[in-house]
Design a protein around this ligand. Structure first.
Ligand code: NOJ
Length: 543
């Protein structure tokens, strides 16, 4: 039996805290999300990926787990998870939850017991974390949250030793050399599988093990454990999908697919900034170059592609020159920058220019992989760079023009974060209700494009063949599957383009525009001519 639904799926990332508040406490929750499933079904997504919902002090919005076997009281109960999953399944939607194997919160009882020699469970948990008497081991490992952390080691006065952490100092890394830790994470996976979830987005996969003299990333031991996790899941809950977050170059990500026996999916991190770079420069070559570096995947595997997510737009997988360019172009103000990235949402990044937002999405929906949309980007939500860390791209979902944008009945002062209320992106202008009514809205357009993508499995499964039109501003490619060939064109510039394509292999075919169903002139010789407006795009069927 094959379980490769994710190859055709459109994913929707949702921050439960931000989506919909059912009980008026100013915080989004699982019941709120469940009440919005009709919307997500209407929109046409296939799978919902929820950011962390486990108990946590929320110093990293739940990526600091204090208990893997529960639900944060802000969000609801395990019964609410079951209800959400049942209601999602009833609508044909799948539910993906987070697995955060690399680190816990420092409030987790595992860490509390590990750090404290007088804790009754200390003997059991002593070696569950990476402790050292000095802070000079693993010097070759980079620091990831460079704006916050001076070192990957922090001294703990209780244990009187240093502990290792790749992220915030309140997120100690688990010690995967310890067999009990290995088993504990399998129990976590088992627990959440029992709740009926369809998959896991696995956080920070490259960092599970540490070895002296290495970058402590992508180590063979890490891959061996991840394969064990996959084998466990295949046996325990066959068909459960694993999506890895390895922010690495394509050649370093390839091993995370194994030979089809590690992850089903990995995010394609390096592609994402290059879509923005290509648009900024009106030049397709950054996309061409990263595609040339993108390997074919083993049978049932698939890339997950995205434009924006809950984190900063990461610029880790670009050269220093490219990073400087991206910062200058897309993050002119210091508050727009964070770590090695840009903390802005899609619409503001693209100057709220509908043409650029459309062409970026038109590429996302037709290029390699399965697209992952970020909540709110379907209506062009804005951001708030005056909030801390990445909070500015995690503000309440804008449902309608009424109180709190329809997110919550609480007093506006009680919301976990303020609703965006500025002149351009404020909820009175930008909201779901208004856009649902408007046949020309971004939301209406997104919904139509999602439906169109789903009618053509070649977008998820076909081979991708780049074409080479004269103008560097035109990105053109074929998606070739057994029963259909699709041609996609995207103009990365504000100047209209006359495009001449070599379609010698398709002489005799009558291209049909997928959007309008209108036929185009028959391809009668190898040089086929088309026009594209400013930031225009076309999706054509060649036969
Ligand atoms: C990656 C997550 O996407 C990010 O939000 C988080 O802060 C780090 N991992 C640490 O868990």
């Amino acid at each position: 039996m094959t379980y490769d639904w994710y190859k055709d799926a459109i994913f929707y990332e949702v921050f439960v805290r931000a989506f919909s508040d059912s009980d008026g406490d100013g915080i989004g929750d699982l019941r709120g999300l469940t009440s919005r499933l009709d919307y997500l079904q209407w929109l046409g997504v296939d799978a919902i990926w929820m950011q962390p919902i486990c108990p946590s002090p929320l110093r990293d919005d739940g990526y600091d787990v204090s208990d893997y076997f529960g639900v944060h009281p802000d969000y609801g109960t395990l019964a609410d998870v079951r209800a959400l999953v049942a209601e999602a399944h009833r609508r044909g939607l799948r539910v993906i939850v987070e697995l955060i194997p690399n680190h816990t919160s420092d409030q987790n009882v595992w860490f509390q017991a590990s750090r404290d020699p007088s804790h009754p469970e200390h003997a059991r948990y002593r070696d569950w974390y990476v402790w050292s008497d000095t802070d000079d081991k693993y010097r070759d490992a980079r620091i990831i949250f460079i704006d916050y952390e001076p070192s990957n080691w922090t001294y703990d006065p209780v244990r009187k030793a240093y502990y290792w952490h790749r992220f915030f100092s309140h997120q100690p890394d688990l010690n995967y050399d310890n067999l009990e830790v290995q088993k504990a994470m399998l129990r976590v996976v088992q627990f959440w599988s029992d709740l009926g979830v369809d998959g896991f987005r696995v956080d920070a996969t490259p960092y599970l093990y540490e070895r002296e003299g290495t970058s402590c990333e992508n180590l063979p031991e890490t891959h061996a454990y991840l394969k064990r996790l996959r084998a466990f899941l295949d046996a325990y809950a066959p068909g459960t999908m694993l999506l890895s977050e390895a922010n690495q170059w394509p050649e370093d990500v390839l091993p995370y697919f194994g030979s089809g026996d590690e992850f089903h999916m990995n995010f394609h991190f390096p592609l994402m900034p290059r879509i923005f770079m290509a648009l900024a420069k009106a030049d397709r070559s950054p996309i061409e170059r990263i595609l040339a570096r993108t390997p074919d995947l083993p049978g049932d595997c698939q890339w997950a592609t995205f434009l924006r997510c809950h984190d900063e737009l990461t610029l880790e997988m670009v050269t220093p020159e490219e990073r400087a360019f991206m910062w200058d172009f897309y993050a002119p103000e210091p508050r727009m920058r964070l770590n090695l990235g840009i903390r802005r949402r899609l619409a503001p990044l693209l100057d709220n220019d509908r043409r650029r937002i459309e062409v970026a999405n038109a590429i996302l929906l037709t290029f390699v992989g399965s697209p992952v949309l970020y909540y709110g980007d379907e209506i062009g939500m804005g951001d708030n760079i005056y909030l801390d860390d990445r909070d500015g791209v995690r503000t309440p979902m804008q449902w309608h023009a009424g109180l709190n944008a329809g997110f919550s009945d609480a007093q506006p002062e009680c919301l976990y974060d303020p609703v965006i209320d500025d002149a351009v992106y404020g909820y009175r202008q930008v909201n779901v209700a208004a856009q649902r009514e408007d046949p020309d809205s971004l939301l209406t357009w997104m919904r139509a494009m999602l439906a169109l993508r789903k009618q053509h499995p070649a977008f998820g499964r076909g081979a991708l063949q780049l074409l080479a039109p004269d103008s560097p501003a035109v990105l053109a490619y074929l998606r070739v599957a057994n029963d259909e060939t699709l041609l996609v064109l995207a103009n990365l510039s504000a100047d209209p383009q006359e495009v001449t394509l070599d379609l010698a292999d398709y002489v005799g075919a009558v291209p049909v525009d997928l959007l309008s169903e209108e036929p185009l002139p028959r391809i009668s010789c190898d040089a086929y001519e088309l026009q594209l407006g400013a930031y225009g795009y076309r999706w054509l069927r060649l036969g």
